[in-house]
Design a protein around this ligand. Structure first.
Ligand code: NAD
Length: 476
């Protein structure tokens, strides 16, 4: 949604891009080539529903094909429009470059309120939209690979994969045409949680850097930090759950579309999520204080603010009132260009979207590789790893017995050490490594150059540099 006096979402992304390229030395014309969106396909299609033909409008934008396939989610929301899809496609280009997933950037959207339709109706709509994109190679394992985004999830991805395979019955790599599928339909363990998990890993990496914490006037670890989360959907729920259950954060407020819940002692995220799933709203939840105008809580006192719902929620109108010293953009584009300026002047540290929510595309990459290799991660190595570990434990115990040393390995250690890594452990390890490596790349630019004020500009510089190298080596 565009606010008065503020740029559109796409313009906002372009302005942030401009701020970074001013500090770079790209060859003539390359800056424009990287910035523009290569193509946007608009499709209007009809589906017979409830006794009449309903017409829907959908989009698939391809921002950059410097690497193929291009990658980017499909969003189902009434707010979907060309500007938004193009902004999100551009962010995908920069995100993939930043976390080194070998993809160009793309995004899709369907203008629909998914809650207004029954499951079988949504299936018919999704399959028809997928059909329109597949027949133009806008869904294809080697060319364009969607994933879930706002309003879509495993179910929709399974319909899309099945639709592709019905239309391409001999394509042995057909399942790689889309990621975010359920594990029983070619998905991968850990994809549903991936974006929220990535937010957790990003924060852990941030808190490992004394200099960066000091810039946000924070100290210590994540334990006890007061966190406000906007949006208890896929990303917000997982981030809030992991941060509270595993890192000791206190989630002091959850802001949803129909109000907010607060509790200074920390909310029970799982309990609230169960309530939301059952009732479709946070209203009526008894174990917290309900606030009707939820958005005011974006301005409440906390250590970390996590906007995890949608774009443009922190704008020129409220940025001046934000108290959080650290914001991590779990959603795409939650802070407008104007708000970003105000927040930076206030000294607020922003961990930018293209890094913060890259966990989704990272695990999507693992899923795509799994589909192309037709084998689950860990299947060949796991038991071999376990038997080598068992040999070492046996040998230690034998030595101890032979020499009468009386050593015993603690049962907890033994259990953990002897268990070989399965798919979920490997996915989490790959994600953690990706988030740490990308953070280091950003902070080197942030602290190392002397002319970069913030992490967002640093992230753009890293990713634009990589996209530029890719174009140059193609001879463009
Ligand atoms: P989702 O549909 O699962 O959840 C969105 C949640 O936000 C819902 O609970 C919804 O009720 C709530 N919400 C919507 N409008 C709101 C508002 N105005 N105020 C407060 N709450 C509101 O979507 P998601 O997949 O969690 O995506 C959220 C954001 O994260 C989007 O910006 C998306 O582009 C981004 N993202 C998602 C993924 C992913 O893997 N799903 C990956 C990268 C980025």
């Amino acid at each position: 949604m565009q606010r008065d006096g503020e740029p559109t979402f796409r313009e906002s992304v372009d302005l942030m891009f401009n701020r970074a390229v001013q500090l770079m030395d790209l060859g003539p014309g390359l800056e424009k080539k990287i910035k523009v969106c290569n193509s946007t396909y608009t499709v209007r299609f009809g589906v017979r529903l409830r006794g009449k033909i309903e017409t829907f409008t959908g989009y698939r934008s391809v921002h950059s094909e410097h690497m193929e396939p291009v990658k980017g989610g499909i969003r189902f929301a009434l707010s979907v429009n060309q500007d938004e899809v193009e902004a999100l496609a551009a962010l995908m280009t920069y995100k993939c470059a930043l976390v080194e997933t070998p993809f160009g950037g793309s995004k899709g959207g369907l203008c629909i309120d998914p809650r207004a339709w029954e499951e079988h109706e949504l299936e018919a709509i999704t399959r028809r939209f997928a059909y329109e994109l597949i027949k133009r190679d806008l869904i294809h394992p080697a060319q364009n690979v969607p994933a879930p985004d706002m309003g879509t999830g495993e179910r929709e991805m399974a319909w899309i994969a099945d639709q592709y395979m019905r239309m391409n019955t001999t394509d042995i790599n057909g399942r790689a045409c889309v990621t975010g599928k359920p594990p029983h339909a070619g998905g991968i363990q850990g994809r549903v949680e991936a974006t929220g998990r990535g937010v957790q890993y990003a924060l852990r990496e941030f808190f490992r850097q004394p200099e960066d914490k000091a810039a946000a006037k924070l100290s210590g670890g994540l334990e006890g930090k007061r966190v406000i989360v906007q949006g208890l959907g896929n990303v917000g729920y997982h981030a809030a759950k992991f941060l509270s259950e595993e890192d000791g954060c206190k989630i002091t407020a959850i802001i949803e579309r129909d109000g907010a819940l607060t509790d200074e002692r920390g909310l029970n995220i799982e309990d609230i999520r169960q309530w939301m799933v059952k009732h479709g709203t946070i209203k009526g939840y008894a174990n917290a204080t309900y606030v009707e105008d939820g958005t005011v809580l974006l301005e409440a006192d906390c250590d970390i603010l996590i906007p995890a719902a949608m774009e443009g929620v922190i704008h020129k109108g409220n940025a001046g009132n934000i108290k959080a010293p650290l914001i991590i953009e779990a959603a795409n584009g939650p802070i407008t260009f104007g708000a970003d300026e105000i927040l930076r002047q206030k000294g607020c540290i922003i961990i930018p979207d293209m890094y913060a929510n890259a966990g989704g595309v990272t695990v999507s990459y693992f899923e795509w590789v799994k589909n192309l290799s037709h084998i689950r991660f860990g299947r060949m190595q796991r038991r071999a790893e376990e038997s080598r570990h068992q040999m070492l434990v046996d040998e230690l115990e034998r030595l101890s017995a032979d020499k009468g040393l009386g050593w015993t390995l603690s049962p907890g250690f033994k259990d953990k050490y002897l268990r070989g890594a399965g798919e979920l452990e490997l996915v989490r390890s790959g994600l953690d490594d990706t988030m740490r490596t990308a953070y280091q790349a950003m902070r080197e630019v942030w602290h190392g150059r002397g002319d970069v004020e913030d992490l967002r500009t640093a992230a753009y510089i890293v990713s634009i540099g990589r996209v530029a190298s890719s174009y140059i080596s193609k001879g463009l």
